[in-house]
Design a protein around this ligand. Structure first.
Ligand SMILES: C[S@@+](CC[C@H](N)C(=O)[O-])C[C@H]1O[C@@H](n2cnc3c(N)ncnc32)[C@H](O)[C@@H]1O
Length: 379
């Protein structure tokens, strides 16, 4: 999606509006949780590719959505707000869009606890500038959420994402253009595209990981999986999730990739997605199964065989299954899938509660869960 195609502002597609709605719903929860719990800590939100602040057909670009969420959170938490101030940082490299953004933000009523930082620069330059201006944003206990929403593939070196995720309270939501990357790979042969791919993935592991795949969709999925593997290699990143945003026509638009260090982050992100109506001209698709599977939250029996396959013959603690459910299924916990598996006698649950009822999974009481050795065992 080259930026030259767009004027200073442009018309938002339905999936773009859905993306902004998901972001705002998540931030509304995130600011509130951090505001209630992070005593005296400032909270930092960075929009690395902020855009002009509005669309020709929609009042809220991502910066306005973030400011609305910040204000609403301060109101909702009220006197229980323990944290310090909120800092909203908006980075935009295009001069005209930046000045449009300034005007849009200037027309919004300010709030004494919300500090807005407007940076006319590229994402990477803006991050460096911010490190000098607001060094506490990247330190230990500072809650940091970074939204990375470029046009296409360039401008987001893996090293920048890695740098953000070094701080232990940070999270990233990234618009990942896997099919743009697949096209670069397909057209590759030049030193500059090699260098670009190495910059995107952080190393040249893509050379072997992407070789020999000829189907375009399979290539996109492999590109996504490789990126997620690289994220998971970073210290502390135990939670990552990707979902595909598609137009109704079923063509891939992009993946939204979320990386967090805390299970609650991923739980809340899924809840934010659940709130967004999928009956419009777009849908989320499950990036784990195949590219045409609608992202649904109500069909555990589609996922329980996959969970069974992953753990068959093993005895595991509930937490391991919770992490699996968060990272590899649409669910925020494994309970619905466990119910299906217990119903079919594929698992045995060892609990401290002698009166435990079948199909109930109290994580405080469960000692462990044993998966049978094969799907057909039945005991
Ligand atoms: C997809 S749009 C952002 C839309 C915005 N996040 C929203 O949801 O309303 C991408 C924006 O990034 C800007 N941009 C392009 N390259 C950039 C870079 N390297 N650093 C920062 N901004 C960049 C473009 O001018 C464009 O406004």
């Amino acid at each position: 999606m080259p930026s030259e195609k767009f004027d200073t502002t442009w018309k938002a597609e339905p999936h773009t509006i859905a993306k902004i709605t998901i972001l705002e719903a998540y931030l509304l929860t995130w600011f509130q949780i951090m505001g209630r719990s992070m005593s005296k800590q400032d909270i930092v939100y960075i929009d690395g590719f902020a855009g002009p602040g509005e669309y020709t057909n929609h009042r809220k670009g991502s910066p306005v959505a973030a400011l609305d969420a910040a204000k609403a959170s301060l109101t909702l938490v009220g006197r229980q707000w323990k944290a310090g101030d909120i800092h909203c940082v908006f980075i935009e490299s295009d001069e005209k869009r930046f000045s449009h953004l300034q005007q849009v933000i200037g027309s919004i009523e300010s709030h004494k606890r919300i500090n807005v930082h407007l940076i006319p620069a590229t994402f990477t330059e803006g991050l460096s500038q911010l490190k000098a201006e607001l060094p506490r944003a990247f330190r230990e206990a500072c809650p940091l959420f970074v939204f990375i929403d470029p046009f296409g593939t360039t401008g987001v070196p893996f090293s920048a994402v890695e740098g953000i995720l070094k701080s232990p309270c940070s999270e990233v939501l990234l618009n990942f253009d896997a099919d743009g990357i697949a096209r670069i790979y397909a057209a590759a042969e030049s030193a500059s595209s090699d260098a670009l791919l190495t910059e995107i993935f952080g190393d040249d592991g893509w050379k072997s990981a992407l070789a020999g795949i000829h189907d375009f969709n399979a290539h996109c999925l492999q590109i996504l999986n490789l990126y997620r593997q690289n994220l998971r290699r970073l210290p502390n990143i135990r939670y990552d999730f990707a979902f595909e945003m598609q137009s109704r026509a079923g063509s891939l638009n992009y993946y939204l990739v979320f990386a967090s260090q805390h299970p609650l982050g991923l739980e809340k992100m899924k809840e934010a997605m659940k709130k967004v109506d999928q009956t419009g001209n777009y849908h989320f698709s499950d990036a784990h199964i195949d590219q045409q599977t609608l992202f649904r939250f109500d069909n555990p029996e589609d996922y329980s065989p996959l969970m069974f396959e992953r753990f068959k013959g093993k005895t595991v603690h509930y937490d391991e299954l919770r992490d699996y459910a968060l990272n590899a299924t649409p669910f925020v916990n494994p309970k619905a899938m466990l119910k299906d598996l217990e119903n079919n006698n594929h698992i045995f649950v060892k609990s401290r509660d002698p009166k435990r009822k079948r199909w109930t999974f109290n994580e405080e009481k469960i000692i462990n869960i044993t998966f049978n050795g094969g799907w057909g065992c039945g005991q």
